[in-house]
Each structure stands twice: as structure tokens, then as C-alpha cells.
Design a protein around this ligand. Structure first.
Ligand SMILES: NC(=O)CCC(=O)C(=O)O
Length: 258
């Protein structure tokens, strides 16, 4: 299973519309991959709070959903299209991740459960998701999480209990906490014996320099690929059989007591 993480440069010098066109072209170019992953809130920037209202859109048929559906179909890939600022029917904003199948159909949405900001920014501007989300890919069940969710191991254990052997995490993680990013992605992989595909943005938006360093970690906790600081496509071949094999050979999940 070939996965390509598109570590997109998100900065205010490029308009949302231009970035959408550019990212769609990048996705279309990934036709040899099985799964393509984009960062959190790449149209606006995860910290560009002043852009949220003006760029809020429908998760089903807004401009980003339509462009990403066409790009997934064009490339014939599964696409975790990162997240968008969703405006729900009642007007509430959500940080919502979108997953498309190779036919361009929207297969899953996930509203970020843990909102970042400690009474500011996303934490007050957006509603919190209430449901965990998994999606069945051809060779594994993927559990979805978004950025700050990474700090909450109980979410990943719930996803594991729902059958996930691979976590896809879109993020706009700040550079100043990059050590946490690397440590926590590996921890989630080791404790759940699962692949972690963690795609972060790069550049600076909302005045917050981004970490980059998107990662693919295997179920043994080994880093199989890591991007650098700038915009980059990180392509890694995964072995989904390794999920069951790791869980059989070293069956810690069976020893859970609580
Ligand atoms: N966009 C986010 O969720 C940022 C999370 C973050 O900065 C952190 O957990 O640290």
C-alpha cells in the first residue's frame, strides 16, 4: 500500500482559491499511490482564525470538497483531503476532515473532537465533534484524528477498539512544539501497534510557523519516512500485514485490564 503525504506550504501570500487549484493538481499527480493525505485546514491555515468565517463551506459540496472529489477521481486514489472549515446547516463551524474514495465519492467526514486554543481561537469559534470516525480502506481500517487530537490517547484506543490498524492524522502543528509531534506520533503507533500517517502543513499562517516533518510510523514505532521543513511529498510503502503480525508477535493489546 503506497501512501503519499502532501506537506503543503500554507501562507497568506497565496489566496485560498489559488492554493485550492495548486493542491488539486498535486493530488492529481499522485496516480501511482493508493492513499493521499493532506494537512489540517490547508485552504485557510489552522491558525488563520480571521479567515475562518469568510471561507467556511459545506463539507458535502463546498468548493474544497468539489475540487478534492474531482482530484481523487482524476488520480484514482483514496484521498484524506485534510480538513476544511465546515459551516453546518445550523451555522455552527466545525474543523471537518474529508475522505474520498477513488471514484470521487465522499466516504467519511470527521469533525475534530478536541479543539485547540484554551478558550481562544478554534476552541471558541468552532463546535466540537461528537463522533469517532473510521473508514475501511482496501487493506486496513483507518481511524481519523486531527492535530490536537494527537494529545488524547483515549481517542486512539477507541479507534483501535473500532478496528483501526492505521491512523491518519491531518495537522497544522506549530514548529515550537515539534518534539511533542514526533514523540506523540510514535507513542500512538507503539501503544496501539498501528501505522500512523501524520501530515502537517509547513509555512507560516496566523503568525505561527508550522512544524512540517510529516511522518509515517509503523506498528513497531519505527519511523518509515519523515519530511523536512519545507513543502514536500513524502511517499512511503506500507505493509498492512505488519499490523496483525505485530499484534500477534507481541500481544500487549490482549493484556489490557481496564
Ligand atoms: N491545530 C492544532 O490542533 C494545534 C495543536 C497544537 O498546537 C498542540 O497540540 O500543541
Amino acid at each position: 500500500m503506497r501512501a503519499s503525504l502532501l506537506q503543503i506550504d500554507v501562507n497568506p501570500h497565496e489566496s485560498v482559491a489559488d492554493r485550492r487549484v495548486r493542491v488539486a493538481e498535486l493530488v492529481r499527480a499522485q496516480s501511482g499511490s493508493d492513499l493521499v493525505v493532506l494537512p489540517e485546514l490547508w485552504p485557510t491555515g489552522a491558525f488563520a482564525y480571521e479567515e475562518f468565517e469568510a471561507n467556511a463551506e459545506s463539507a458535502a459540496d463546498g468548493p474544497t470538497a468539489e475540487a478534492m472529489a474531482a482530484a481523487a477521481r482524476g488520480a484514482g486514489v483514496w484521498l484524506h483531503a485534510g480538513s476544511v472549515v465546515e459551516r453546518a446547516e445550523d451555522g455552527t463551524l466545525y474543523n471537518t476532515a474529508l475522505v474520498f474514495g477513488p471514484d470521487g465519492g465522499l466516504r467519511r467526514t470527521y469533525r475534530k473532537i478536541h479543539r485547540f486554543g484554551f478558550d481562544q481561537g478554534e476552541a471558541v469559534m468552532m463546535g466540537g465533534g461528537q463522533e469517532v470516525a473510521t473508514v475501511r480502506l482496501p487493506d486496513a481500517v483507518a481511524g481519523l484524528a486531527t492535530c490536537y487530537d494527537l494529545r488524547f490517547p483515549e481517542l486512539f484506543r477507541r479507534l483501535t477498539d473500532e478496528g483501526a490498524g492505521l491512523f491518519v492524522i491531518c495537522a497544522g502543528w506549530p514548529a515550537r512544539r515539534r518534539e511533542h509531534w514526533t514523540l506523540l506520533t510514535r507513542a500512538r503507533a507503539v501503544e496501539n501497534q498501528a501505522y500512523v500517517l501524520a501530515c502537517c502543513s509547513t509555512g507560516t499562517h496566523g503568525g505561527v510557523p508550522q512544524a512540517g516533518h510529516s511522518l509515517v510510523v509503523d506498528p513497531w514505532g519505527e519511523v518509515r519516512g519523515e519530511a523536512g521543513d519545507g513543502e514536500q511529498i513524502l511517499t512511503v510503502d506500507l505493509d498492512p500485514a505488519k499490523i496483525a503480525k505485530t499484534r500477534e508477535d507481541f500481544p500487549v493489546l490482549r493484556d489490557r485490564v481496564l
